[in-house]
Design a protein around this ligand. Structure first.
Ligand SMILES: Nc1ncnc2c1ncn2[C@@H]1O[C@H](COP(=O)(O)OP(=O)(O)OP(=O)(O)O)[C@@H](O)[C@H]1O
Ligand SMILES: [Mg+2]
Length: 139
């Protein structure tokens, strides 16, 4: 699935994800620096009625937000973090918690590992396209 969206059209992407993803999902956000990974997470948060600001959780690795209906939204930024380190911290068990888990900079190794232990990993690849973005979604 491919969607082209400007900043004002992110609901197109959010609505597609709502239809395509189950209630519990791991979503790897792929794309270069400043592609729009955090921005998409912000749009999802807004849709869930989350009031707090979504910033890149660079220093905490994970942030958890609660939507209006009590549903959780998790946001991870694994930039520079090795898969092994992630595992050692036991953070991967976090993925068992119910809700959507939005992961920036998840490695191929982590994806393979998660799939090997039985998780489904959805991918959203974001690519600049003039002043918009192309979102390629594999759920
Ligand atoms: N669909 C879009 N159309 C136009 N601009 C966008 C879109 N999505 C994001 N941007 C802009 O791209 C810039 C970078 O966005 P963002 O911080 O979300 O990137 P990122 O992928 O999270 O970067 P990083 O890898 O540094 O965490 C912001 O200025 C944001 O407004
Ligand atoms: Mg970011």
């Amino acid at each position: 699935m491919e969607i082209i969206a400007s900043l004002n059209e992110l609901d197109k992407v959010v609505n597609h994800l709502k239809e395509a993803l189950p209630q519990n999902a791991i979503v790897f956000l792929r794309g270069d620096l400043a592609a729009g990974k955090t921005t998409l997470t912000q749009a999802i948060a807004k849709d869930k009625g989350i009031e707090s600001e979504i910033t890149s959780p660079t220093f905490s690795l994970q942030q958890c937000y609660r939507g209006e209906d009590g549903e959780a939204l998790y946001h991870y930024d694994l930039y520079r973090l090795e898969h092994e380190a992630f595992m050692q911290m036991g953070l991967f068990e976090e993925f068992e918690k119910s809700g959507w888990h939005m992961v920036e900079w998840g490695s191929d190794a982590l994806k393979s590992f998660l799939e090997a232990v039985g998780y489904n990993v959805a991918i959203v690849e974001i690519e600049p396209y003039d002043d918009r973005r192309i979102y390629r979604i594999q759920s």
